[in-house]
Write a protein that binds this ligand. Structure first.
Ligand code: SF4
Length: 552
């Protein structure tokens, strides 16, 4: 196994297969799939207890897509294969390089895929990357030729004899597929495109595996350094996919202030009323005025709240409650992210911890266990303290943050954390209600505030983001009202939200609402029954060849 980077003898004539790990994913099996860990980001760790209100959606393996886009070699991409489909591909084609990307819990699948690759294509070079590369003893577990940590684009360019410093080509792809809520498939029209300006986060929180993967504290990799280069790629994506919104896959997009402000300048010069959905620390958001955020089209923020009085510098001196309220009052939806099991959490104070988190009433709320992932400062610390559990005590496939600790917590006995985490999700759902209703409430606030704004870019954004779909939103709330007819507090919330929505609808649209609501109530009931009978969603396999591979 090598970690250094030679050049493949066939250079960019080498035939490459890139693959994600095999499914099905939402089941318990010997390779590391777990029912509790489906291939659906939101349902996995955000809306998991919200039943038919849960946002269901799959996301492509964007890292692999970025690699394929930047290869001059003939390259085939197999996303979400089954083991049979992967095996069939390597039995029936002669690849020179097989690249597999994975997270740590899927190490059993990578091991199996390497075995199959050795069996059917013994001369192929096997390259493994992604978060799994942070596992210190990975080379003893899997049979790969190269384990690549960090920036795979540069690595593959070197390996294929390409110019490592050439501008990065961006894949043109929507951020999600197979979207569904209330039992209704989501329209492609509202799906954002993916945008990857940078990877890594210089803040370097002690538990953060994405920051660690790209160098840790003080480090990041910019694919697009300037606002001009980013604007240019966004224009290309807008034209190809006819989108108006971008899901910005960048750990802390707003930290790069010069780039963001130049992007804002260009957006306004060219009348772009784009919406940006971003990940951001509170500290980075505070570098801007709310007016700048709104002009930049920030419409959705995924923000770490971590926990009351937590040690993290990114939250120092920030009143997160009033900050979240302020963002929402401008129509900016907030996805809060809270950690369960910080050092100071105990069975005695866990209810207070949960109550503090949910009192933010964010539109969505992610809860994750405090997990030391290899490579992070937290992992090193717990390793030194001899607190990390062995594989026998905690299988690798269970270290995904939604089930159990992989270490001895000072105050929380093994097994308690699973219930604490579920308690947090349930409490948030019971008190704050379905995320879809909270999101509609925030968008309505934004619409009321900005519908007559003198800046046409801002006006158009709210028109597109809210007004055009407002009758559907009202239909969803109508269905929700019926759903909660025996739950006083929720019924009150739904009734008041529906009244407010009616205030923004003409009489024609209002007549549509109850009709749509009836249909949605029916689809919700059907969805709830399906889920109660054990139905799970799996992504379909996607097979894509680049232009050079298509010619062969
Ligand atoms: S601010 Fe967020 S992305 Fe950055 S290191 Fe901390 S947790 Fe990771």
């Amino acid at each position: 196994m090598n970690t250094s980077n030679r050049v493949h003898p066939l250079r960019s004539q080498a035939k490459v297969l890139l693959s994600s790990v095999f499914g099905p994913y939402a089941q318990d099996d010997e390779y590391g799939s777990r029912k509790i860990n489906p291939m659906e980001l939101y349902h996995n760790q955000v809306t998991r207890v919200q039943g038919p209100f849960s946002l269901r959606m799959f996301h492509r393996s964007f890292g692999l897509m970025l690699l394929q886009e930047n290869m001059d070699a003939p390259c085939t991409l197999l996303d979400f294969p089954t083991l049979d489909r992967f095996t069939n591909e390597i039995q029936s084609h002669s690849y020179d390089i097989i690249g597999i990307s994975s997270i740590i819990p899927n190490v059993g699948k990578v091991k199996k895929m390497c075995e199959m690759a050795r069996k059917y294509l013994p001369n192929a070079t096997i390259v493994v990357g992604g978060h799994i590369a942070s596992m210190p003893d990975l080379h003893n577990i899997i049979d790969a030729d190269y384990i690549v940590k960090g920036d795979g684009v540069s690595w593959f360019r070197r390996f294929l004899g390409q110019d490592e410093n050439a501008p990065v080509r961006h894949p043109i792809v929507l951020s999600g597929f197979g979207g569904r809520i209330l039992g209704v498939p989501l329209s492609r029209r509202n799906t954002a495109a993916i945008l990857m300006p940078s990877v890594g986060c210089p803040v370097g929180c002690n538990f953060c595996s994405t920051s660690t993967l790209f160098g840790g504290k003080g480090k990041f990799i910019n694919f697009y350094k300037t606002g001009d280069s980013l604007f240019s790629v966004m224009c290309q994506i807008e034209k190809s996919l006819k989108v108006r919104s971008f899901f910005v896959l960048d750990e802390n997009f707003l930290l790069h202030q010069k780039r963001a402000l130049r992007l804002l300048e260009l957006m306004e010069q060219h009348n772009k009323s784009w919406s940006l959905y971003i990940f951001s620390s509170a500290q980075a958001l505070k570098l801007y005025t709310t007016e700048q955020l709104v002009r930049l089209g920030i419409s959705w923020v995924w923000m770490g709240l971590e926990g009351e009085n937590s040690q993290y510098a990114k939250l120092k001196g920030i009143d997160t409650h009033s900050f979240v309220r302020d963002l929402q009052s401008h129509g900016i939806r907030v996805m809060g992210s809270t950690i369960i099991g910080l050092e100071n959490h105990t069975p005695k104070n866990i209810d207070q911890v949960i109550d503090w988190a949910i009192s933010h009433n964010t539109d969505f709320h992610q809860f994750m266990l405090y997990i030391p992932i290899p490579g992070t400062a937290l992992y090193e610390q717990l390793l030194k303290e001899e607190s990390i559990l062995s594989e026998e005590e905690c299988p690798i496939a269970d270290i995904h943050g939604q089930y159990c600790f992989n270490y001895h917590h000072k105050h929380i006995c093994e097994g308690q954390e699973t219930e604490f985490l579920l308690r947090a999700f349930h409490r948030d759902f019971e008190i704050n209600g379905p995320s879809i209703a909270r999101m509609i409430r925030t968008m309505l606030r934004g619409w009321k505030r900005y519908k007559n704004h003198p800046n046409p870019c801002i006006r158009k954004r709210f028109e597109w983001g809210f007004k055009k779909s407002s009758v559907y939103y009202a239909g969803a709330v109508w269905a929700m009202k019926k759903w909660y007819r025996k739950n006083g507090p929720m019924l009150e919330k739904a009734t008041s939200l529906l009244q407010d929505l009616y205030g923004e609808l003409g009489w024609k649209a209002r007549t549509m609402v109850s009709l749509l609501g009836r249909v949605m109530y029916f689809t919700m009931k059907r969805e709830a029954e399906k889920l109660a009978n054990g139905w799970v969603y799996e992504p379909s396999t996607i097979y894509e060849k680049n232009a050079k591979a298509l010619k062969q």
